[in-house]
Design a protein around this ligand. Sequence first.
Ligand code: ATR
Length: 285
Amino acid sequence: MAEEKQKYAVIGWPIEHSASPQMHNAGFRASGIKAVYERIATPPAKLSATIDKLIDKGFRGWNVTVPHKEAVIPFLDDISPEAELAGSVNTIAVSNGRLRGYSTDGFGLEQAIQEAFHIPAAGHSFFFIGAGGATKATAVHYARQGADKIWVINRTIEKARQICGIINTATKADKAQAVALSEQKKWQQLLNSADVIIQATSLGLKDDDPLPIPAETIPENKNIYDMIYRLTPFLQEARKRNCQTAAGEGMLLYQGVKSFELWTGQTAPAEAMRRALKTAMAERD
Ligand code: ATR
């Protein structure tokens, strides 16, 4: 009898644009693992029923994306310290019927920034623009990996303060500082001195979105990472100022690499996954 394929998935809403199936299926093929990874559209009202179904059907693990990264936490038996601190889970692994949640987004961002700019977390300063789910999921990782300073600016200051408060409590140090987007004088100096600027708002998904910060505030010759998977108007402005820039694909790849390794216990075939991701993105554009 043919060996049954292991089952994996990504749950989210909407989910049809996710390139994770192509990336993970290529990874499984390249590693000779008999497995299949699918997209499962999961509206918020169906989250609980979908999780039950995945367990019943014997799924080994799944990724969790917007809008469920926080909402899945009550369904878990166990959570990694980083995911717990961040209040964000993007990877679930099933072991003996128990669900363990992880957050691999911060690892993904750090690897992507290391690859693009050769700057690790430890000993460096990072300036996050935005304090939504993307910053929440990743800034804690930077703090735990020994970042020197983490600055978070946001239109809604309370959200930035909440993230910085979690970091400062967890690291027992005053590493993180929140500043309101409206207080440009206060953050301009910090922006100028940051080793990496990370664009983590949703602005730039659409071409007619405003820039997340005024063009004239973008410093010359900086390392700028945009979590959005395209050359955003913000990155275009940054390039005009001789900045080194990179867009979100690297983060998507490396969060997937880490998920793959958590599920399989094997080193992920990152180059095969990268190629599949590139092809999937090109077909989607
Ligand atoms: P998610 O949690 O899915 O990332 P979100 O919480 O709405 O979504 O976060 C989106 C980020 O983009 C936030 O930092 C948001 O700022 P607010 O927290 O003040 O809402 C930011 N953002 C979205 N539209 C914006 C705009 N027009 N101007 C400034 N910031 C904006």
